[in-house]
Design a protein around this ligand. Structure first.
Ligand code: SF4
Ligand code: SF4
Ligand code: SF4
Length: 281
């Protein structure tokens, strides 16, 4: 039985038994690649698929459908890591989620492995209720995320500024990167607030820089480097450069990798009384 067939069967069984109210998975889009699917009737389970085009991080949709009741969700490695972040931050209750784990060999885009998948360190889910199909081999990333930063960090400060600003000047502030991110869930984003207005709404360079710096800081210790934001960006801004850099700093300073360890407290939302930095105490 293929993984798609097994997912359809489990979706049907879970819905018929009323163990869940909705199954969040993937279906084929009109243009070809998979898109999110929300199945509430067992009769619709046969639209589910799982293949190498299943890029969207499905943890992104759970807060939007939790009002329906218990949720079954198809989770690759990165989806499960985002889910873990949401659970740790108290956004979801574990008993309300049934995780259908799937091993993920990587997302194919334009006939190539998606850039973020080349550095993936967790292809199989870190938490799941059942695995659908066999796990895949953990390659711990075909290349190190650090490689992404080597060229940039070898530049002089002026050259880095030039490279960053020419990249960020192209941002059209469509917020697709925010919308697809499972861990970007504030009811009112700082960019939309107007009392007070934290950042201007233009696509001028200084407003764009503030948007990207603040977003990167908000994602520190929470970004799982799934690459959904980078894939969604219509102008191809190198968002993984920020994501990998911030994740590396969090790893160095807090010893934490987002969404990898169910027992580990969120890196920036916990403190130890014995913290070496006095201002924490
Ligand atoms: S980062 Fe890519 S390879 Fe890793 S689990 Fe997610 S989609 Fe799959
Ligand atoms: S998706 Fe790309 S263009 Fe749109 S706001 Fe994000 S970085 Fe800017
Ligand atoms: S910031 Fe991008 S890479 Fe990080 S969790 Fe959000 S969508 Fe994934």
């Amino acid at each position: 039985m293929t993984r798609t067939e097994a997912l359809r069967r489990r979706s049907r069984e879970l819905l018929v038994a009323k163990e869940v109210a909705v199954v969040v998975g993937y279906r084929r889009s009109i243009t070809g690649p998979a898109k999110p699917a929300f199945i509430t009737s067992p009769d619709n389970s046969d639209i589910l698929i799982f293949d190498e085009t299943c890029g969207p991080n499905l943890a992104n949709y759970l807060l939007r459908v939790r009002h329906l009741g218990r949720i079954a969700v198809v989770a690759k490695g990165c989806d499960s890591r985002s889910l873990l972040v949401l659970l740790k931050e108290g956004q979801l209750e574990r008993k309300n989620i049934h995780i259908l784990g799937v091993g993920c060999p990587g997302v194919i885009e334009d006939e190539n492995l998606s850039d973020s998948c080349t550095t993936c360190v967790q292809h199989n889910p870190v938490v799941f209720d059942e695995m659908v199909g066999e796990p895949v081999a953990e390659t711990s990333g075909r290349k190190d995320a650090q490689d992404r930063l080597v060229q940039f960090e070898s530049l002089s400060p002026d050259e880095r500024w030039q490279e960053l600003t020419s990249d960020l000047a192209r941002c059209i502030r469509c917020y697709a990167c925010r919308q697809v991110c499972p861990n970007c869930y504030c009811p009112v984003c700082f960019v939309d607030n107007n009392m007070p207005q934290w950042v201007g709404r233009t696509t001028g360079l200084s407003d764009n820089i503030i948007f990207h710096i603040v977003r990167a800081l908000h994602m520190a210790g929470r970004c799982v480097e799934c690459g959904a934001c980078a894939r969604a960006c219509p102008v191809g801004i190198d968002l993984m450069r920020f994501n990998c850099k911030v994740a590396r700093i969090v790893k160095e300073r807090f010893g934490a990798t987002a969404g990898m360890d169910p027992a580990e407290p969120p890196a920036l939302a916990a403190f130890r009384p014995e913290d070496p930095q006095e201002f924490i105490r």
